[in-house]
Design a protein around this ligand. Structure first.
Ligand code: AMP
Ligand code: TRP
Length: 334
């Protein structure tokens, strides 16, 4: 069975990296698969949030972004992770089969915990196990994500294999990561060596899906570049991270190849290139933002979509949990 699952953390404004690296691919894939589950992973958001004041609003905003980008609630279940309590249950169970050695290798934990590892919370450390639970709970076959999630997906695959082996079963299909497209890793507009991220303190580091056309123009105009003109070929972008990133974004949003973009702007300074890039972004992103604002005015409609999605997810998860408990040997409830 071809079943897709993926998710985004409701930790702030959803940005161009989330769109190009994840959601846009989901939109394309949703019609090719038998079942799609797109989750707003609010329990994951708790691992890094300082305060939870905006968590519910952000959860609705991510749901609105999914729908406005083209995820069809009639074709795909859209739901909040916390509305399906089985995620946490399976997270605990898988945690009992996850060797610390595997978790110690996770680079995202090291980055996020920073220098003061002993102050980091258990949830941040266990994050990849909960993510594996999100996937295995539904026996998802395919998981479309951005490049930064590759290591977490490897862990989910290893855990599925370890669990199957331990219980001599084939309960969990080993999920296939789908990391594809021209923008699997969109970089910050202020620093071509760090990832575009919701947590960057500079608003100018990212384009948010709800940015107005004016904001998009401003941010692209201010995007960092170098002193060289644009090169004739893609090879000329090597060791020029900011130029490389802007060309990648241009290619991903316009559908024009990076080689054709270089050929077209070869020898020119960045001004005309940036102008055209902003135009492409406005054409593709601004309508998504407009639709999101529209959806967010009708929160009761959004909540209905989330309730329907949670219903589908809970039913599927409940049947799988019965199988999982039984394979492990937990006493079944009568
Ligand atoms: P997050 O915002 O970390 O919850 O990420 C949600 C999804 O967006 C995941 O599939 C990520 O891999 C993807 N993603 C996040 N940031 C980027 C980025 N800068 N470039 C490409 N994909 C990204
Ligand atoms: N860890 C992912 C991120 O930070 C979000 C996520 C949580 C996820 N659970 C998932 C992605 C399950 C795909 C499948 O981007």
């Amino acid at each position: 069975m071809h079943r897709i699952l993926s998710g985004i953390r409701p930790t702030g404004d959803i940005h161009l990296g989330n769109y190009l690296g994840a959601v846009r691919n989901w939109v394309e894939m949703q019609h090719l698969s038998q079942q799609n589950l797109f989750c707003i992973v609010d329990l994951h958001a708790l691992t890094t949030l300082q305060d939870t004041d905006n968590l519910a609003d952000h959860t609705r905003t991510v749901a609105a972004a999914y729908i406005a980008s083209g995820i069809d609630p009639n074709k795909s279940a859209i739901f909040a992770q916390s509305h399906v309590p089985y995620h946490a249950e399976l997270g605990w169970i898988l945690g009992c089969f996850a060797p610390l050695g595997w978790l110690n290798r996770m680079t995202q934990f090291k980055e996020k915990a920073g220098k003061h590892k002993e102050l980091a919370c258990l949830g941040l450390y266990a994050y990849p196990v909960l993510m594996a639970a999100d996937i295995l709970l539904y026996k998802a076959s395919h998981v479309p994500v951005g490049e930064d999630q590759k290591q977490h997906l490897e862990l989910a695959r290893d855990l599925a294999g370890a669990f199957n082996h331990r219980f001599n079963s084939d309960l969990f299909p080993v999920p296939e990561p789908i990391i594809q497209g021209p923008a699997t890793r969109v970089m910050s507009l202020r620093d071509g060596t760090s990832k575009m991220s919701k947590s960057d303190i500079s608003e100018y580091s990212r384009i948010n899906l709800m940015d107005t056309p004016d904001m998009i123009v401003q941010k692209i105009r201010k995007a960092k570049t170098d002193m060289e003109p644009l090169p004739e070929t893609v090879e000329g972008l090597e060791n020029r991270p900011e130029a490389q990133n802007l060309v990648n974004i241009f290619a991903a949003i316009s559908g024009i190849s990076a080689a054709d973009i270089c050929a077209r702007f070869a020898g020119s300074n960045f001004a005309p290139f940036k102008q055209e890039l902003a135009d492409h972004l406005i054409e593709k992103i601004a309508p998504v933002g407009t639709q999101m604002r529209h959806l967010l005015k009708e929160t009761s409609e959004l909540d209905k979509v989330l309730a329907a999605g949670a219903d589908v997810a809970n039913k599927l998860a409940a049947t799988h949990m019965v199988e999982i408990r039984s394979v492990i040997g937990l006493l079944q409830e009568r």
